[in-house]
Ligand binder design. Sequence first.
Ligand code: ZN
Length: 145
Amino acid sequence: MKLVYELWVEGHKLEGTDGHPKTVLMGHATGLPPGLEAALLDKEPGHYRITLPPEPHNPALRVEVSASELPEPPRLGGGYSGEGPEGQPLLYRVVAIEGERVTLDANSPLAGKALEYRLTILSVRPAEPEELEHGHVHGEGGVQH
Ligand code: ZN
């Protein structure tokens, strides 16, 4: 499947293919978010708007600490590696600083926000058996070998 897309979040364009078509082998590590890939299966060429539901914002991953507890002075947008409630490694971003009080958040920056994909499917063709075997696209927009 050959497509161009833009990702919009809260009215802002976050990323896109900037007019350069992306060729993907559906079902094989397309690099597309899984929810988007699922929504595109069996679609014909054309224009689509697909909104993916937000990833939930986990309140347990938002913590307030005092600046003196941190290994180095906090700055907005900075980060600290730490552990989550179950001991999993996480990156905590500094999202607010009020005097000594620092709010850290290990949620994805997109958590709680709906992702709107505006996309155009330019063409769809069945995958060649060899492509399925290799797990990637051959030829234009893919691996040349
Ligand atoms: Zn190959």
